[in-house]
Design a protein around this ligand. Structure first.
Ligand code: SF4
Length: 278
């Protein structure tokens, strides 16, 4: 049995067992990432799709994902690789792509407009070792690294990575008490600490998915935008529309008018507010 210190969960992992995220195990008393080099998704995406709107606009980035997640958002759009029943199977089914191989692919795609690697699709920090090893190689090749994260890793993990990460999009999924803990099975304070720390070191943009009946009130957006503005009103915020999916199909998609209304509220405090999926 050993304790994993990567994220807020601090799982006690029994020898040969797996942690909550299904991406880390314990061998000879040490925790290690079983998803290292296991790739489920690979695509050359527009940088705006991450979403990043103020970082190398118009470029493309090689986007890579593995499997597993440490949250349990019932509206997850990547549930097949993040937390559906077949996640353990991904360890056998996923392709293996070691950091040097991924870095070579990234370099070979430069003539197609690729500027580097984005670690995304599932939560990348549950296998931060892969991010770290790959990001070092990408920097050696003169390219950039982007992290798309739920922001629930502990700060010592972020500090290891930050010298090699050029930009992040971090989810700030809500603000009222209980949403993170009860609906997402997360920890809001960890996310707030993560965002504050990251904002001092690299370009960051934030994303809030507006879920009908959960985090769509004026007061919620007032609190989110005020908190961000206190750090830096120049941090871009992406306000995105929810569509029913996975385990949350009991409510309609977010009303488009509400998205624009919330964007107006956020714009009173933040310089860059973008709407998504509208
Ligand atoms: S990274 Fe995974 S194993 Fe480690 S504490 Fe978080 S959920 Fe548990």
């Amino acid at each position: 049995m050993s304790k994993c210190e990567v994220c807020f969960r601090h799982c006690d992992i029994p020898e040969g067992g797996v942690g909550f995220c299904m991406a880390r195990s314990c061998k000879d008393g040490s925790v290690y990432p079983i998803s290292y080099g296991k790739v489920t998704s690979l695509a050359l995406d527009p940088i705006e799709k991450k979403p990043l709107r103020h970082f190398h606009g118009g470029s493309k980035i090689l986007s890579v994902g593995s499997y597993g997640c440490n949250l349990r958002c019932p509206f997850c759009q990547n549930s097949e690789i993040s937390w559906a029943e077949n996640v353990p199977e991904w360890n056998k089914r996923a392709d293996t792509l070691m950091p040097d191989e991924l870095a070579d692919i990234a370099q070979n795609l430069r003539d197609k407009g690729n500027i580097g690697v984005a670690f995304t699709y599932n939560e990348p920090l549950i296998c931060y070792e892969y991010v770290l090893d790959t990001a070092k190689l990408i920097h050696e090749k003169g390219m950039v690294n982007v992290l798309v994260s739920n922001g629930t890793a502990e700060l010592p993990i972020l500090e290891k990575l930050i010298p090699y990460i050029d930009a992040m999009n971090i989810d700030l999924k809500g603000f009222h008490d209980g949403f993170y803990e009860n609906v997402l099975k997360g920890d809001k304070e960890t996310v707030l600490d993560f965002i504050k720390e990251a904002s001092g070191h690299c370009h960051i943009e934030l994303t809030t998915l507006i879920v009908t009946g959960e985090n769509d009130s004026d007061d919620e957006m007032l609190k989110i935008s005020s908190w961000i503005a206190d750090i830096d009103p120049n941090i871009p915020l992406h306000i995105s529309r929810f569509f029913p999916c996975f385990h949350m199909t009991d409510r309609p998609a977010t009303d488009v008018g509400r998205i624009y209304h919330l964007a107006d509220i956020a714009s009173e405090r933040l310089r860059y507010v973008h709407t998504g999926n509208v």
